[in-house]
Write a protein that binds this ligand. Sequence first.
Ligand SMILES: Nc1ncnc2c1ncn2[C@@H]1O[C@H](COP(=O)(O)OP(=O)(O)OP(=O)(O)O)[C@@H](O)[C@H]1O
Length: 299
Amino acid sequence: MTLRLENVTKRFGDFTAVKDLNMTVEEGGMYGFLGANGAGKTTSFRMILGLLTPNQGTITWKGKPISYVTSPEIGYLPEERGLYPKMKVEDQLIFLGQLRGMKKSDAKAEVKKWLERFEVPQNLHKRVEELSKGNQQKIQVIAAVLHRPSLLILDEPFSGLDPVNVEMLKSAILDMKNEGVTIVFSSHRMDHVEELCEELSIMHKGEAIVQGSLRDVKRSFGKKNVQIKSDSDLSTLANISGISSYTKTVEGGIFQIADESMADQLLNEALKIGPIRYFAIEEPSLQEIFIEKVGKEYA
Ligand SMILES: Nc1ncnc2c1ncn2[C@@H]1O[C@H](COP(=O)(O)OP(=O)(O)OP(=O)(O)O)[C@@H](O)[C@H]1O
């Protein structure tokens, strides 16, 4: 009972936009797709939704091919937002809910509930063009989730939202996941994927160059960070062999070490310089992994 992609390839003419992609999303799972512009995220989503046909490979949901057009089980937030600017928010959302198989009365009740949840109930009778960009984005998210899909595909759901609204949407996404919805979303922002996803792919030029559970991805990266808080100048520690980077922080420094066994040495050397207030071995961030695997210019 999963979403499964097997050896999926999509070419546009001579150009390969997605190459030999394999992934499995367990039912009720949350899967993150990371990648720079043009990495192949939207193309992958369109294939999952049946809006594009792969040149090779198979895509199944619960063992069968799927199609957004015929299956109301699917919810989709497209990257190119497509609301009718002149139509009133309530009319538009009810209309879109009905297109996804809802009864008018149910759609009306859900619209009210979601506008309250997103703290924009005053927008019910406004035309979409009268709303701010962030509020239009919320309406577009509501259009994707209104009919309670069991598979939800969100292409860049956080784009255009300020930090308060990002948190509001994250909490709504987590609630849907906890209700059993299977969610796949893309983002340029590693911190969003890091916070929300159990499984992820980092796409680069059409290929999944890193894949797996967040924990395994971090563990298999090998390198760890050591954070030291101290009032002394720690910069000379950066010269110890095996330390691949040093970042000075307000309270001390963060050292990237090639393997955990180096931490003892680092601690001893740090204590020789002066007293330390804090010492911790930490997992690398997804941002660091992304930069090393894909390149700084894409982050
Ligand atoms: N219909 C098409 N015809 C030709 N090339 C296409 C088509 N759709 C996408 N591409 C190309 O495929 C590549 C992957 O595009 P895609 O939109 O999947 O990337 P993305 O990871 O979603 O990027 P972004 O974050 O910028 O949306 C890009 O180089 C794009 O130009």
